[in-house]
Write a protein that binds this ligand. Sequence first.
Ligand code: 4NP
Length: 237
Amino acid sequence: MVRVLFVCLGNICRSPMAEFIFKDLVKKKDLSSYISARSVATSFETRGEDMHIEAKAKLDEKNIPYIKRRARRLTKSDYQHYDYIIGMDESNINNIMRIIEDDPDKKVYKLLDFTNNTRDIADPWYTGNFTVAFNDILEGCKTLLDSIIKKYEIETGEENLSTAEILKKINNNIYNFTKITPNEFHVIEYLALASRMLEIHMNISAFENSEMTDEEMLPSLKEYNKEINEYLFRFKK
Ligand code: 4NP
């Protein structure tokens, strides 16, 4: 899992909007089993509050689902749990650094750092402009997601592979899985997944030795390829 934590001052306007916009983009690419998102504040001011009513209205207007939530503040231990800590503006970054103290793994970014035009996301709590905030956050979330997909070489299932190409990929990925050395905590999970890989391998051999045509095999092969990619992904990093 790649874990993303969005951060703003109050955790009621920008960062929850980013959380739900980002989750929606992830879901539409069918990547929810690879990438997760949450959001927090840097201040205690709004602790326990739900998302701002105008932030909700903007998400409703764009048909982006969200759930009832309670604002909470970033803690030092969040640093270990998340892979990306994404602030909305420069003052968020300063406050994040004050709380986590150090960023040895280079996890802290500003959301619009992923675009060609890095800048702050103006706080709609003060500007009253939720449209500008939404558009900037959407741009940042799209580029952040592209960057994660590229970095972790996640397959998005958008490519049109032939049966021969997908078989080659599956075999290659199964081979890559056998080269993983799981640590002591993950060895049981690794063995369970290896056993599932073997089962998939046997099923595919059965397909190949049957009278099935390439077109008939393709949907199952795509499912298997996706499943195997998820297993490989769990042991990446
Ligand atoms: P946000 O906006 O950081 O985008 O959630 C704010 C919401 C509330 C407050 C400040 C900023 N406040 O001070 O209550």
